[in-house]
Write a protein that binds this ligand. Structure first.
Ligand SMILES: [Zn+2]
Length: 83
């Protein structure tokens, strides 16, 4: 599998997931590059891109703060451990 195929696979699987904001059917795939990739499981010094589904309505005026909050909650271990 080359890199292009790998990206297509990610897009296909993400496109089947619900809209991150309203949980409706997603029409687009958005990307989010966290400032602190380590929080999202990347090795130290490596960047990490998170893919998420978003629907047409939410993509009109995406609330990036809300998206970041949701991704942060979903992808980090905040919900299981409390520091
Ligand atoms: Zn939506």
């Amino acid at each position: 599998m080359n890199q292009h195929d790998a990206i297509n696979e990610v897009f296909k699987s993400t496109a089947n997931s619900p809209c991150i904001l309203c949980q409706g059917p997603a029409d687009f795939v958005g990307t989010f590059t966290p400032d602190s990739a380590e929080r999202f499981g990347a090795a130290s010094g490596k960047s990490r891109v998170i893919f998420y589904g978003i629907c047409t309505a939410c993509a009109q005026e995406p609330d990036f703060d809300a998206i970041e909050e949701i991704l942060d909650y979903t992808l980090t271990d905040k919900k299981i451990t409390h520091h």
